[in-house]
Each structure stands twice: as structure tokens, then as C-alpha cells.
Write a protein that binds this ligand. Structure first.
Ligand SMILES: Nc1ncnc2c1ncn2[C@@H]1O[C@H](COP(=O)(O)OP(=O)(O)OP(=O)(O)O)[C@@H](O)[C@H]1O
Length: 336
């Protein structure tokens, strides 16, 4: 890519200033987050590479991308829940704690549930099948706060109410709940500790469209209440409904971060992969991106999207830096 001219450099400096301002009031500030899995035989899976983003209170950032691009691994890294063969580097700061460097005791006592709440991918699997919703909520209250029995009961009921879980269903077992109510029960568990950061990992998977919309709207409400929400999803319609910004991941890297109104609006995203994702939607052009993503254990030196990219040139044999929200040598011009 040509070096930016003077006005381009001014724009980049202005964007850097905005980023710095964001970093200061960020609930989560991620820099150069990298996760490698070591496999037998010395192979390495580059699951996440160099992720950089900030997330402010009241903001929803949707992390989107095809299956296997590293979204869930990124979320697991933030919760300290990676398996033993994972190696992480970089920083992920929330409330002065580096989630990547914190030991298990700190994560268990001060992070999970208290600073970071997880809305899981599969609420039915997340809930204990042999206990009622009320008893699971009360147990979580007990684990997070040293309150007496009555206060526990009240805190559990308050969390259920915040998650729009009906009080009349609190004494039910998970198998007696619909998919939507199981999702709300799991969200109530995530809200109990008053965490400022919510990670929602594919919270709408397996739900019908109505329920997707309702679940997404409820998550948005928690952001509007002042929480920072990282929504991990392959569901672009859910992202369009509630996100303020969209981060697109490809082969373990964030390739574009854009305001949602620009991403989904007439201007559109600038990275050819992000455009391809949108154009693949049935309600748009319904044209799939040709080819397949690369193996994360055998990534090319240059841009990982180049073999599938209609705009690729020899320049793309060199990896594009992530600058001003974009990693591409040939970003598409905004549509007029
Ligand atoms: N323990 C592990 N050892 C080796 N590779 C792993 C391990 N866990 C995950 N991976 C690999 O890391 C990559 C990223 O996986 P991840 O689950 O984050 O993708 P994703 O974008 O969340 O996909 P999906 O939308 O299907 O959930 C995949 O190639 C996966 O096979």
C-alpha cells in the first residue's frame, strides 16, 4: 500500500487519538491478543493472531466470521478457559486486571461472574439438569457474595427479573424450559455478579428467528444499562440488530472493525472478505465466497484471504498491517 499523504496521516493521527480516548474509558482493552495451540508432532494452530480492540460501557461490539476463524477461542482466552495446549500473548485489560496474565485464583475469585459474565452458546448444556433454576441462581449468588438466605433469594429473583425470566418458572428444571427461557436463565446467571463486561458466545444458535430477535434485543438492553457487550456470532442479522460496531475475523485475525451503520448501510465494509460475507446473505446477493478458509496450522505468509480475493495482487504476498480499523492492501472504496 502506498504511504499515506499528509492529509491521510492527519486522518490516521485523529483516528489514533479517538482510539486512545476509547482505551481510557474502555471496559475491555485488548492488544495484540494471540493464541497458539501446540499439537503433537510439533504442529501449531494459529487460532487468534494480533487481535486489537476496545469496548466501552454501553457498547455492543459484534465479532463475526466464518466457522473456525477463532471467535470462541478469543472469548475463552478472555475468560482464562483455554485448554492446556494453548499459549497466549498480548494483553486484555479490564478494571486494571490483565485477563491473559491473571492466575486461576484471580480469575475464579475476581473475574468470572464478577467482572466478566458469560452468556453461553448452549444454555441447556450450561444449566445443571437436576436442579431448579432458582437453586442454580441462589448457588451462584452464594459463590459470588457472602449474603444470608433471604438476601440470596432476593438477589436470585432480581437477576431473573433483569433477564426477563418469569418468577413463576423459577422452580422449574432446565428440561421444563423452552429454548428462549433456558437462554434467559443462563443470562440471569451471567448477570448475578454485576459484571460490567458480558461475553455472549453464539447466544442465538439454534433459536428460531423470533427468538433470535428477542434474545438479541434483551442483550442490547443489558448494554443500554451500561454494560459492555461482546457478541460473538455468525448471525449477521443479529449483529445488525444490536451492534454499535462490527469486528470481522478471518483465519484468526481481525481484518476490519467498522461502525455497524456503515458496515450494514449503503457504504458497506471495505475489506473484500467482509463484503463477501454480506453478499453471501440470502437477503442480499446470495453469492457465496468461492473457496475455503485456510488451515490455521498452515497459514500463508501474506494476506490469508488473498487466494479467495477478487482484488488480490502480488502485494498481498506481504501481510497487510491492521491500521485505522482495516487490514487490506486493496480496500474497496466506499460505495457512493
Ligand atoms: N484445543 C485445541 N487444540 C487445537 N486446535 C484448537 C483447539 N481448540 C480450538 N482449536 C482450533 O482453533 C480454531 C478456532 O476455533 P473457534 O472455535 O474459535 O472458531 P469459531 O470461529 O468460534 O467457530 P464456530 O463459529 O464454529 O464456533 C479452529 O481451527 C479450531 O479447530
Amino acid at each position: 500500500m502506498n504511504a499515506p499523504n499528509a492529509s491521510g496521516q492527519r486522518l490516521l493521527r485523529a483516528l489514533d487519538a479517538v482510539t486512545a480516548e476509547r482505551a481510557e474509558d474502555a471496559v475491555l482493552s485488548v492488544r495484540d491478543l494471540t493464541v497458539r495451540f501446540r499439537l503433537r508432532g510439533g504442529r501449531t494452530v494459529a487460532a487468534v493472531t494480533g487481535a486489537d480492540f476496545d469496548l466501552a460501557a454501553g457498547e455492543c461490539l459484534a465479532l463475526v466470521g466464518e466457522s473456525g476463524c477463532g471467535k470462541s477461542v478469543l472469548a475463552s482466552a478472555l475468560l482464562g478457559l483455554l485448554p492446556g495446549n494453548a499459549e497466549t500473548s498480548g494483553t486484555a485489560l479490564t478494571d486494571g486486571i490483565d485477563l491473559l496474565a491473571a492466575d486461576e485464583k484471580t480469575l475464579a475469585r475476581t473475574v468470572r461472574g464478577r467482572r466478566v459474565g458469560l452468556v453461553p452458546q448452549s444454555p441447556a448444556a450450561h444449566l445443571t439438569p437436576v436442579r431448579t433454576v432458582r437453586s442454580q441462581l441462589e448457588e451462584t449468588v452464594r459463590a459470588l457474595t457472602a449474603t444470608g438466605r433471604r438476601a440470596r433469594r432476593k438477589a436470585a429473583e432480581d437477576a431473573a427479573e433483569r433477564a426477563a425470566f418469569p418468577a413463576g418458572h423459577l422452580d422449574r428444571y432446565p428440561h421444563e424450559l423452552s429454548g428462549g427461557l433456558a437462554q434467559r436463565a443462563a443470562t440471569a446467571l451471567a448477570l448475578i455478579g454485576g459484571a460490567r463486561l458480558l461475553l455472549a458466545d453464539e447466544p442465538t444458535t439454534g433459536l428460531d428467528r423470533d427468538l433470535v430477535d428477542r434474545t438479541a434485543d434483551e442483550l442490547r438492553r443489558h448494554a443500554d444499562d451500561g454494560r459492555a457487550l461482546l457478541l460473538i456470532t455468525h448471525d449477521l442479522a443479529a449483529a445488525e440488530r444490536i451492534a454499535d460496531r462490527v469486528a470481522v475475523m478471518y483465519a484468526g485475525r481481525i481484518v476490519e472493525i467498522a461502525p455497524a451503520h456503515r458496515f450494514f448501510g449503503p457504504t458497506g465494509p471495505r475489506h473484500p472478505y467482509a463484503r463477501g460475507l454480506l453478499n453471501a446473505l440470502p437477503e442480499r446477493e446470495f453469492t457465496p465466497i468461492p473457496g475455503m478458509p485456510p488451515e490455521l496450522s498452515a497459514l500463508p505468509e501474506g494476506c490469508a484471504f488473498a487466494p479467495r480475493c477478487p482484488l488480490a495482487t502480488e502485494l498481498c504476498a506481504t501481510r497487510p498491517a491492521f491500521t485505522a480499523g482495516l487490514a487490506c492492501h486493496h480496500p474497496e472504496r466506499p460505495r457512493a
